[in-house]
Design a protein around this ligand. Structure first.
Ligand SMILES: [Zn+2]
Length: 102
């Protein structure tokens, strides 16, 4: 997926943190999470949780949805999937619980 797919605001946030940081911390890229979120929103699969707090803005009504990375990653054995806790104010990952790996 190219960055042209995402809106400018999201790209700016994406670039504020290095791609490798996301991989090291969560095993998944923000881009993949945003794509998963889009799918989850369309299928009405996004719920809200108050069990976490965003450490950037203090938001404690966070989105919770299943996220996984691209099919290509799964074929290359770097696929991960799990529940993502996501701040829709910062448009960033707060927590990612990896439950599946290829
Ligand atoms: Zn936030």
């Amino acid at each position: 997926m190219g960055k042209g797919f995402l809106t400018k605001g999201i790209v700016n946030i994406t670039e504020s943190m290095d791609r490798d940081d996301y991989i090291l911390r969560y095993g998944i890229l923000l881009e993949d999470v945003l794509i998963s979120r889009d799918k989850a929103l369309k299928r009405d699969k996004v719920s809200f949780t108050e069990d976490y707090i965003c450490n950037r803005c203090g938001n404690n009504k966070l989105e919770k949805f299943y996220a996984s990375n691209s099919k290509k990653c799964w074929e290359d054995l770097c696929g991960v999937g799990g529940m993502c806790i996501f701040c829709n104010k910062c448009m960033d990952i707060v927590e990612f619980e990896r439950t599946e790996m290829s």
